[in-house]
Structure formats: structure tokens, C-alpha cells
Design a binder for this molecule. Structure first.
Ligand code: ATP
Ligand code: MG
Length: 424
């Protein structure tokens, strides 16, 4: 039989790797709940129109990368490429504004984009995201950035820099766009094929291009910050002042555009310095999107959000070489056939008491069982045979070396806990 492979760009996460993921997810849940964000879970599939209308038809995400299909009822559905639009859809659908004027949500889960794969860039990837609805104030922009800063700090990822920008609003962006188009037209021959199209349809997108030459042209482009209207300038100034008050280091970077169309005013990216990620070095990005809700047929509610690449965080943590798996605390080896049931009962009892215990259900020689104990990295082993059953006492052997010590089987759980093996 020929074997069937997984889908290109979509990864399996196996035990051994998954512990890093669980650690990041656990930490994110904890940090966002400290900030008052409640978890929202939306479906993986949405009406295609949701993304066309929110993310924008001319973006790479919708134009080229979306997994779109027709269901058996002839509806056009898409695997979600990002989490902000689905959350906004749910917010509108459940009339959340009527229940509370300020709402904070976070989510985590798989997203799908048909991208060219490399380290940190996959076709099924995972995001942790947060959205705050109902506050137009700079304090809300800063709060969400602070949550990410605290998450990164708690994970020990200190080599990540925060870049902030303002994209202005409908009052000042059109004039900037005109200036930008002027600059880009002067270099139109040097732009990549995609950017030539972007120049006509959505010129701001050129600033987000990953091609070397286009980035150089973007580098010389006029700064949007010089075109901000007074209210946008004041908002951005306040964001920076508040970041300063919190002691959060940041850089103003007028090229932070983001790959989605719905942003207004503040945008930001968290960029990792570690070379392992290459051009996939942005571990998170977000911004304010005050017009999105209304454009989706909802109430006129200002909002700000962030999306963090879970895959990329995990790559960085793995590079750090930290171990997250919890070792087996006790391996029980069975000395003779007659002790097998008692070993099973003993293991079951200890697990009920909260300890991580393993035995080799295949049986086999003591030697092969000890090999298994080594393989699973057990902290202690214990051999259970006729003698131990009779006396109710066994030798607890530390696998890292050192002398075995006698322990009463009835006091095993207490003993293991006292000896400092981490509890499950
Ligand atoms: P990039 O500039 O790296 O393409 P993006 O601007 O497309 O990112 P967003 O749509 O803002 O990214 O998504 C937020 C975060 O999700 C990114 O900062 C990144 O960490 C992660 N991410 C985006 N696309 C992928 C992908 N294909 N594979 C893995 N992570 C991704
Ligand atoms: Mg992208």
C-alpha cells in the first residue's frame, strides 16, 4: 500500500514538542485573564464574505491565500485565515454591546493561509489573539500591548522589540496615499509584479511587501506620520506617552502597515531578534480598527486587537533549550509474573494520588524494563517482587545515581512528594 502523507505546510505536534505549546497556551490564558480578557471560541469555518469584507479583497490573505470551498448546500465558505473578523462577527451576532459597553476577549486556535512555507510560516498555523471592544482611548491600545509584553516576559522571550506606528484615519490617510503613490510611481519599474498591481489597487500594501527591492523602495517612501491629522497625532502621542509611563520600550516605525485592510490609527508589531525565524520574525502584530464593526453591519464600536503567532513563539522557546515535559516520577519494574497484578494496583493507586507513574505493560525481563525506565527518564525506579510484597517495603532507586533507600509501599506517595519530585 502506498502511504498517505499529511498536507504540505500543516504540521503534526507530537508529545515531546507539545509540552512547549501547552506551556505557552497556559501562560497566555493566565496573562490574558489577569487583564480581564475572557476566552471566545468561534468556528474554524466562516462565510467567505466575512473575510472579503473585513480583511479586504486586495490583500494577499484574501486574494491569494484563503482556503475557500463550496459546501454541499452551495455556500462559499473559507477556513479562517485570522481571528479578528470571526470574533467581530460573533460580537455583532450576539449583540454583546447591549450587555456591556467594554468587552475584552482572547482566543487561540488554528488559522489557514496558502503561503509559501518556511521556518515559522505554515499553511495551518496557530494564533493567540486578543480583542478589546468599546474603548477608543489610547489607554486601550497600550493595555493590549502591555498584555503581550507581559506574556513575552513570562515566557522569558526578552529579545523581542515593539514597533509602533499610526495609520491615520479616513480624514488624513487619503492625502498620505496620494503622496505614497507619487513616490511609488517614480519607482514602478523596480517593483515586483505583485506590487505593480498593489500600486493600482491598494498602494499601502506595497509597504508590507517582503521582497528585498520593494522593501528598499518602501524604506525611502514618505512617512505616514508626517501626514497625520491633529486628532490622530494626539492619539499617537498619548499612546507613546503611556507606553513610556509603563516603562515599555518601543520604536516608532512608520513602515508598520500590517497585512490587513481594517486598521486605523495605532498599529504595532513585536519583532524577534533571533535569526532562526528569518523573514518570519514578527511574532505578533495588531492595531486599532475603529471602522470594522460598522462595515460588518454591526454597531459603531471602536476596537483594538492583536494576533500572536504561537508556532513562532514555540520555535523561539525551543531554541532556548528549556525543557517543559514533566518526567515520570516513578517507574515500577516487576520482578516476577506473580507480582504483575500488584504492580498494576500500586501504580493505579499512586496515579490516583497525583503521581506520574509508569510500568511496562509488555512485561519482559527486568533488564528490558530498566531500559524502558531509562528511556522515559523516570526520576525513581522500584522493583516489585515476591520479597517486597511480603515485607511491604521496597528499594527506591534514584535514576540520576546515588544509593537506593528503603521505603514502605504504603508511604510511597508521601515519600515521593517529600523527595521533591515535581507533582503532576
Ligand atoms: P507576516 O508579516 O509574518 O506575514 P502577517 O502580517 O501576515 O505576518 P498577521 O496576519 O498580523 O501576520 O498575523 C499575526 C501573527 O500570526 C504574525 O505576526 C505571525 O506571528 C503569525 N503568522 C501569520 N502568518 C503565519 C503563518 N503563515 N505561519 C505561522 N505564523 C503566522
Ligand atoms: Mg503574512
Amino acid at each position: 500500500m502506498s502511504k498517505i502523507s499529511g498536507v504540505k505546510g500543516m504540521n503534526d505536534i507530537l508529545p515531546g514538542q507539545v509540552e512547549v505549546w501547552q506551556h505557552v497556551e497556559r501562560t497566555a490564558r493566565e496573562v490574558f485573564s489577569r487583564f480581564g480578557y475572557g476566552e471566545v471560541r468561534t468556528p474554524t469555518v466562516e462565510d467567505t464574505a466575512l473575510f472579503v469584507r473585513s480583511v479586504g479583497e486586495e490583500t494577499d490573505i484574501v486574494g491569494k491565500e484563503m482556503y475557500t470551498f463550496e459546501d454541499k448546500g452551495g455556500r462559499s465558505l473559507s477556513l479562517r485565515p485570522e481571528g479578528t473578523a470571526p470574533a467581530a462577527r460573533a460580537y455583532i451576532e450576539h449583540s454583546v454591546l447591549n450587555q456591556e459597553p467594554l468587552t475584552r476577549w482572547f482566543y487561540m486556535g488554528p488559522m489557514f493561509r496558502y503561503e509559501r512555507m518556511k521556518t515559522g510560516r505554515y499553511r495551518q498555523f496557530h494564533q493567540i489573539g486578543a480583542e478589546a471592544y468599546g474603548s477608543k482611548e489610547p489607554a486601550q491600545d497600550v493595555e493590549i500591548m502591555d498584555a503581550v509584553v507581559q506574556l513575552l516576559q513570562k515566557l522569558g522571550l526578552t529579545d523581542v522589540s515593539l514597533n509602533v506606528n499610526s495609520l491615520g484615519d479616513e480624514a488624513c490617510r487619503p492625502a498620505y496615499q496620494e503622496k505614497l503613490v507619487g513616490h511609488l510611481r517614480a519607482h514602478v519599474d523596480e517593483l515586483c509584479a505583485d506590487c505593480k498591481v498593489r500600486l493600482e489597487r491598494n498602494p499601502l500594501r506595497v509597504l508590507d511587501c517582503k521582497q528585498e527591492r520593494c522593501q528598499q523602495i518602501a524604506l525611502a517612501a514618505p512617512s505616514i506620520l508626517e501626514s497625520l491629522c491633529e486628532p490622530c497625532r494626539a492619539h499617537f502621542g498619548d499612546v507613546q506617552r503611556k507606553l513610556g509611563a509603563l516603562g515599555i520600550k518601543y520604536e516608532v516605525n512608520h513602515r508598520i502597515m500590517r497585512g490587513l485592510d481594517y486598521y486605523t490609527r495605532t498599529t504595532f508589531e513585536f519583532i524577534a531578534a533571533h535569526p532562526v525565524l528569518g523573514t518570519a520574525s514578527t511574532v505578533g502584530g495588531g492595531g486599532r480598527y475603529d471602522k470594522l464593526m460598522k462595515s460588518l453591519g454591526g454597531p459603531d464600536v471602536p476596537a483594538v486587537g492583536v494576533g500572536i503567532g504561537l508556532d513562532r513563539l514555540c520555535i523561539l522557546l525551543q531554541e532556548g533549550g528549556q525543557r517543559f515535559s514533566q518526567p515520570t516520577q516513578l517507574f515500577i519494574a516487576v520482578a516476577d509474573e506473580g507480582s504483575a497484578d500488584e504492580a498494576l494496583v500500586l501504580a493505579s493507586r499512586l496515579r490516583r494520588e497525583g503521581l506520574r507513574v509508569e510500568l511496562d505493560t509488555r512485561g519482559g525481563s527486568l533488564k528490558s524494563q530498566m531500559k524502558r525506565a531509562d528511556k522515559v527518564g523516570a526520576t525513581y525506579t522500584l522493583v516489585l517482587g515476591e520479597r517486597e510484597r511480603q515485607s511491604g517495603e521496597a528499594q527506591l532507586k534514584p535514576m540520576a545515581g546515588g544509593d537506593p533507600r528503603p521505603v514502605k509501599l504504603a508511604e510511597l506517595a508521601q515519600e515521593l512528594r517529600a523527595s521533591g519530585t515535581p507533582a503532576a
